[in-house]
Ligand binder design. Structure first.
Ligand SMILES: Cc1cc2nc3c(=O)[nH]c(=O)nc-3n(C[C@H](O)[C@H](O)[C@H](O)COP(=O)(O)OP(=O)(O)OC[C@H]3O[C@@H](n4cnc5c(N)ncnc54)[C@H](O)[C@@H]3O)c2cc1C
Length: 361
């Protein structure tokens, strides 16, 4: 079969890796570089790793795997009737088409937004790194995982870092866990401005509901916008993301969507771990095997400077510390979620237990 994949992020590349021995696999990627790690971009910006370390799969890896990678080629339209993908350079027939176009950083809408940077690609990282090295400090807007990762790594590298966040808590966690994250990052030098809504940006800083915060380098990390345009243009149903069922099927026959661009029952997963997980399950489904992705079970792993954290399942309500690293959450006496912080070795077994609880496997 001819499997055509749009997007060379963790979703696309993991799927290609799974299926390349069994089928012809062709990936289209509009960027000019082979696969790189987005979670490592803030390490690179901070100067904690060399650029080469970002590239997990170099070009010869694709060759060895027999994956045909077309870099610098943008997919434009899916001709569902002829089963052909139209790019800016040509037309390619497919048996199975997988949209793994990911997402972009959500754009701020405030006045002066042209003074704000965002981080998604290696190119964005290069721009931020150059400015940071010139100014020595940064202001980060957004206390999501990208903002916290960036803050942690920049502070670890000795840069001055201010973090502005509209809430007092992070990542949907309770006050206690949010305080733990904050204290750990404060120890490494991050200055927090919590409960501060961004109103306006200018060349020298930001006006927030908690006053004016100075800073020449301002990075906005306030979420993602799924890349759904090609699906929309091709008449495939979309909401915030490309709408899929639990088999990753879109509204078009033989067209699937995985990763950050896909929306299942209102859920956009938004992590590399999930995108790679989608790819593995879709590969099994295409092989005709039974499999399912646990969309209802949030499971993410991040590292904020030197602080690793795993967030699994539901983490609201009364929690209970099982040991100094693990706060577990229960409903009707049953484990429904946990946060593992500092030493995250336990996270894997907890995730397994929760999966068993939810899906019986
Ligand atoms: C700074 C940063 C830190 C992160 N840290 C973590 C972390 O610690 N843990 C974690 O789990 N996740 C993390 N993430 C999130 C993670 O990187 C994403 O969830 C993941 O990359 C999504 O994978 P994807 O394959 O769906 O999409 P993407 O990685 O976005 O890849 C999609 C690819 O498709 C290409 N593309 C789009 N449209 C077209 C088109 N029309 N034609 C051709 N190519 C196209 C894009 O150029 C892109 O390369 C981080 C993200 C960022 C930006």
């Amino acid at each position: 079969m001819e499997i055509v994949i749009i997007g060379n992020g963790p979703g696309g590349v993991e799927l290609a890796k799974e299926l390349s021995g069994e089928h012809e696999v062709l990936i289209f990627e509009r960027e000019e570089v082979p696969f790189y790690s987005k979670p490592m971009l803030s390490h690179y910006i901070a100067g904690l790793i060399e650029k080469e370390k970002l590239f997990i799969y170099p070009l010869d890896w694709y060759e060895r795997k027999g994956i045909n990678l077309k870099l610098g080629e943008e997919a434009k339209l899916i001709d569902r009737v002829r089963k052909v993908l139209v790019t800016d350079k040509g037309e390619y027939p497919y048996d199975i088409l997988v949209i793994a176009t990911g997402a972009r950083a959500r754009e701020p809408t405030v006045d002066g937004k042209e003074h704000l940077l965002t981080l998604r690609s290696i190119e964005d990282a290069e721009g931020i790194k150059a400015l940071l090295e010139e100014h020595g400090e940064a202001v980060i807007i957004g206390g999501g995982f990208i903002g916290l990762e960036l803050a942690g790594n920049l502070a670890k590298a000795g840069y001055g870092v201010k973090l502005i966040h509209r809430r007092d808590t992070f990542l949907g966690l309770d006050e206690e866990l949010s305080s733990l994250i904050r204290e750990k990052l404060e120890e490494s030098g991050v200055e927090f401005h919590l409960g501060a809504e961004l109103l306006k940006a200018d060349e020298n800083g930001l006006l927030t509901t908690r006053g004016y915060i100075e800073g020449k380098v301002k990075i906005c990390a306030i979420g993602i916008t799924p890349n759904v345009e090609i699906a929309r243009r091709s008449g495939i149903h979309t909401g915030r993301g490309i709408l899929i069922d639990d088999h990753f099927r879109t509204s078009a026959k033989d067209v699937y969507a995985i990763g950050d661009c896909a929306e299942y029952s209102g859920i956009i997963c938004g992590t590399a771990k999930a995108a790679a997980g989608h790819a593995k399950v879709l590969a099994n489904l295409l092989r005709g095997k039974e499999d399912r992705y646990p969309f209802e079970l949030r499971s993410s792993v991040f590292k904020f400077g030197d602080l690793p954290i795993a967030i699994i399942g539901k983490t609201r309500g009364e929690g209970e510390w099982l040991d100094e690293h693990t706060k577990a959450f229960f409903q009707d006496g049953k484990l429904v979620g946990a946060v593992v912080i500092g030493d995250i070795r336990k996270a894997f077994s907890i995730e397994k237990e929760l999966k068993k609880e939810l899906y019986g496997a």
